[in-house]
Design a protein around this ligand. Structure first.
Ligand code: BDR
Ligand code: CA
Length: 313
């Protein structure tokens, strides 16, 4: 039976690849909707980008919703320096045929979960957690229907990528992250500790490009742009392919390994706002609230991605 999922994202080239991976896997994943949030670029662009990605994947019937245009409390910080002005630089921008639904993303999440069976829907957030936190605050009864939250965010062994100590999605909306990490549901965390092991080397992008369909070509073009910033910053061949780790975990958990830990989010200190405090060795004695993924079979990950991209025309 396929897993029912809602993908909450801020495309972003790596969010876009996560969407392609999910859209290529209808036997395993039923996408109930794609919800968008302000993050890598403002909301107007993330919702449009999600619809462009659905168009390219020929999935124009996918429901796309726009959500929150700013974090709960702090000012929005965007990442055009990484993703380019459009958020998905590397491909041509066009007016998508995939329609934007009128319903607000938070209301879509609440209405979908409200009447769903217990533990029946997985949330997959790959951007700041604003929409998810507000849905939980708006109607806490929805927690009953959520099976798990598989998210990209946080850093422990790796340093922060937006501030010295915080990863982008956590730093952009730390208060939302706190709500989510305290919600009591199983949370699977794809942090920088693991995503920095999934590099878009030139060889891998070349292999994707050689597939030659419209989705693989768009993926290769986006990843070539995406790699510029991180290659220079970290002095590596390629960039960490963060967000698709969430979908890859849903498709094949054997590729990943991690540990159950207690994770708390810093919301007070201006210096370390959005820091994920991970009690990896259980020294504080708090009950684990998340599975912290730290290792991946990166060749297996790219085999999966490349094989799924071959499914498009
Ligand atoms: C995360 O931040 C964004 O720039 C990426 O899309 C990813 O979700 C990585 O820190
Ligand atoms: Ca993202």
């Amino acid at each position: 039976m396929s897993e029912k999922i809602i993908i909450d994202c801020d495309p972003g080239q790596d969010d876009a690849v996560a969407l392609f991976l999910a859209l290529s896997s209808p036997d395993e994943l039923e996408i109930l909707g794609i919800t968008t949030v302000a993050g890598n670029v403002p909301l107007k662009l993330t919702e449009r980008n999600a619809r462009i990605i659905c168009d390219i994947a020929d999935s124009k019937k996918t429901q796309v919703f726009a959500g929150c245009s700013r974090p709960m409390i702090v000012d929005l910080m965007t990442a055009e320096n990484v993703h380019g002005k459009t958020g998905i630089d590397g491909i041509d921008i066009f007016k998508p045929m995939t329609l934007l639904k009128e319903l607000h993303a938070v209301d879509f999440i609440v209405e979908t979960l409200k009447d769903a069976k217990t533990d029946s829907i997985t949330l997959v957030p790959t951007g700041p957690l604003t929409n998810i936190a507000l849905a939980i605050i708006k109607d806490p009864s929805i927690l009953n229907s959520i099976k798990q939250i598989v998210l990209m965010g946080g850093a422990m062994r790796e340093a922060g990528n937006l501030s010295a100590s915080a990863e982008f999605n956590m730093r952009v909306d730390p208060h939302a992250a706190k709500v989510v990490f305290e919600c009591g549901l199983p949370i699977i965390v794809m942090s920088l500790d693991v995503t920095h092991k999934v590099l878009t080397s030139r060889e891998r992008v070349g292999e994707i490009e050689s597939i030659g369909n419209s989705v693989s070509t768009a993926t290769a073009n986006m990843l070539k742009f995406f790699a510029r910033y991180d290659s220079e910053k970290y002095g590596i061949d390629g960039a960490p392919l963060h967000d698709p780790c969430t979908i890859a975990w849903l498709l094949n958990q054997d590729l990943f390994s991690g540990k159950e830990c207690n994770v708390r989010i810093e919301t007070e200190s201006p210096l370390t706002l959005g820091h994920t405090s991970v009690d990896f060795w259980g020294v504080e004695g708090n009950i684990p609230n998340a599975t912290w993924i730290q290792d991946v079979d990166d060749d297996g990950f790219y085999d999966l991605l490349i094989n799924r991209l071959r499914r498009f025309y």
